[in-house]
Write a protein that binds this ligand. Structure first.
Ligand code: SIN
Length: 273
């Protein structure tokens, strides 16, 4: 297996691996690679939806459809944990074509998401991922201090679907202690404890900051790719610049409740040395 970093802040291409051979015994290695690179592009993979699901089970506990993507169609029968992503018929900037992390309105949003193309347009339809570690780490110290203990409301309001949850604005990876910004333009609606004008302007500044090109990788798909990304510490954006059909198979794994810096420190202090 050969791994090449493709951007300084995010993304690694992995060749010479066969994702159908991974099992939960490989989980620790895979999660370690996600901690380091955030997005893993496995080349040379021609997998069926069933094989994508099996790879998902190697990465983690696969989410049931109502926790993975409650408003996204999925395959039937024993493949109901595989969704199909197709923006046809949705309004621009309301679904995958806006910077987001999946289902952040839940108490325990998705950990890892996996994607493999079903149908690709001849040209266009790239996906962009952004590192929220890099976004946090490049904020100036006074801004990092100001937002350290803030929380924000993540919400989805669709016909028949209203869900919201409060999460820390600075999220800590419980495995490594690394901090990241935790917000996204699709679901983060307001910062708790601030006046609306303050919340709106601070969110706008952070939304703009976290999508600077320096924190990103932009990937042009080919049919033989399987991507796995850490949904907790990235944003993604499906570029809607194509007219021919584009459909992706997706599955995802269960995540933990996001924790902020003070909760992380309290957890560490509670663990005997
Ligand atoms: C998604 O938002 O999960 C899908 C991304 C894509 O279709 O490229």
């Amino acid at each position: 297996m050969k791994l090449e970093r493709i951007n300084p802040n995010i993304g690694a291409r992995i060749s010479g691996a066969d994702v159908t051979q991974f099992t939960p015994d490989n989980r620790e290695e895979l999660l370690g690679l996600l901690d380091e690179h955030l997005v893993l592009f496995f080349t040379g993979q021609n997998v069926t939806p069933r094989q994508l699901l099996a790879f998902g089970r190697a990465v983690g506990e696969v989410q049931p459809p109502d926790e993975a993507a409650p408003y996204t169609p999925h395959l039937g029968g024993d493949l109901e944990q595989v969704q199909t992503i197709d923006v046809t018929g949705t309004a621009r900037g309301t679904y995958a074509d806006i910077y987001h992390s999946d289902v952040s309105f839940f108490e325990c949003p998705t950990y890892a998401a996996l994607l493999h193309p079903d149908v690709l347009p001849d040209i266009g339809g790239d996906t962009i991922w952004a590192s929220m570690y890099a976004a946090y780490e490049t904020l100036d110290a006074p801004v990092r201090a100001m937002i350290e203990d803030m929380r924000a409301i993540h919400q989805v309001a669709m016909p028949g679907n209203f869900m919201e949850h409060s999460h820390p604005l600075v999220r800590v990876n419980p495995r490594t202690g690394r901090r990241a910004l935790y917000l996204n333009r699709l679901f983060t609606k307001r910062i708790e404890g601030l006046a609306p004008v303050e919340s709106q302007n601070l969110l706008e500044m952070l939304f703009t900051h976290c999508t600077l090109p320096e924190f990103q990788t932009r990937f042009t798909w080919s049919p033989d790719i399987v991507v796995v990304w850490d949904n907790r510490f990235t944003l993604h954006y499906a570029v809607r610049d194509y007219t021919a059909p584009r459909r992706m198979f997706r599955t995802s794994t269960c995540g933990e409740r996001p924790i902020g810096p003070s909760e992380y420190e309290a957890m560490r202090e509670a663990v005997p040395a």
